[in-house]
Ligand binder design. Structure first.
Ligand code: GDP
Length: 297
């Protein structure tokens, strides 16, 4: 279960507070210490934790919570509100082009779930918008990547434009865009190459594709299980590509949750979707308020 340890620790801290007939300044300090440790243990970025705790403390002090009724309950509410704020407050929808096609470029490290997420997204667009998407297979480094994209596309009945692995990805994307225009596809989803880690050549190639198509969305797909690295990855991709949003995958696993809580604060970019399984239907819109409630248990 995702967030298990974090939820457990936060709940324990809150329960301890609730049991006190009166909450003192020292109790508040102790609670804040417990929240801080819980967040750090869940791999939330250090600066984000520091900032978060400071804000909660300020709000609790400013509102004279300790003198009021149900101080513990009020602190729980402040924590909930701040957590929601931290993750972006509101769900952020996909960008849409004024004239079709809307171009979505999927980027991310190998194994993050890029291809799977491209499929999930296409299915969602088909179901909700009656869209007619086209995939462009721009990962020319692993022949298996094209095969995998085709398998995914087959399941959801979406066409794939591909030219094998011996062509410059920028040329593939250029041709693919022409095909999309001829066929009046309203969405184009570009599956790009990933690497085990960020490297200059990968980033240059992605930047070249970006320059060519000027995408409406550059969605960074991130594995939520990668802890602190998730945030570094997000920062690296954002610095080079100015991404428009993040999809956080594998939230159905036992992720500790740090990525979900840090990415927005560190990059300023919204998490737009979360992946919660391997099936094509396992993609949900990211709602910060619901996620905060889930984390707090
Ligand atoms: P890519 O290399 O970034 O294109 O990653 P893939 O799409 O090939 O995904 C890598 C693995 O992660 C595959 O086995 C997927 O089934 C799996 N995967 C992707 N998203 C999720 C998710 O949200 N939950 C789970 N449990 N597995 C996922």
């Amino acid at each position: 279960m995702a967030f298990e340890g974090l939820t457990d620790r936060l709940q324990k801290a809150m329960e301890k507070l609730r049991r006190k007939p009166k909450v003192t300044e020292a109790d508040l300090r102790e609670t804040m210490r417990e929240i801080r440790l819980a967040l750090l243990e869940a791999d939330v970025n250090f600066t984000v934790v520091k900032d978060f705790v400071k804000k909660v403390r300020e709000k609790a002090t400013g509102a004279d919570v300790l003198k009021g009724l149900n101080p513990a309950q009020q602190i729980v509410k402040i924590v909930n509100d701040e957590l929601t704020q931290l993750m972006g407050e509101k769900a952020v929808p996909l960008n849409k082009a004024a004239h079709i096609p809307t171009v979505i470029m999927m980027v991310g490290l190998q194994g993050a779930g890029k291809t799977t997420t491209a499929g999930k997204l296409a299915l969602r667009l088909k179901d909700e918008n009656k869209a007619r998407p086209l995939f462009i297979a721009a990962d020319v480094y692993r022949p298996a990547a094209i095969t995998q994209l085709k398998q995914v596309a087959n399941q959801i009945d979406v066409p794939v434009f591909e030219k094998g692995t011996n062509v410059d990805p920028v040329d593939i994307v250029r041709e693919g865009m022409e095909v999309a225009k001829q066929n009046h596809n309203d969405y184009v989803i570009i599956d790009t190459a990933g690497r085990l880690q960020i490297d200059e050549q990968l980033m240059d190639e992605l930047a070249n594709i970006k320059e060519l198509v000027n995408p409406n969305e550059i969605l960074l797909v991130i594995d939520s299980m990668t802890g602190q690295n998730a945030v570094n990855t997000a920062q690296g991709f954002d610095d080079k590509l100015d991404i428009t949003g993040v999809v956080l995958t594998k939230l159905d696993g036992d992720t500790r949750g740090g990525a979900a809580m840090s990415i927005r604060a560190v990059t300023g970019k919204p998490i737009k979707f979360v992946g919660e399984g391997e099936k094509m239907t396992d993609l949900d819109v990211f709602h910060p308020d619901r996620m905060a409630s889930r984390i707090l248990g």
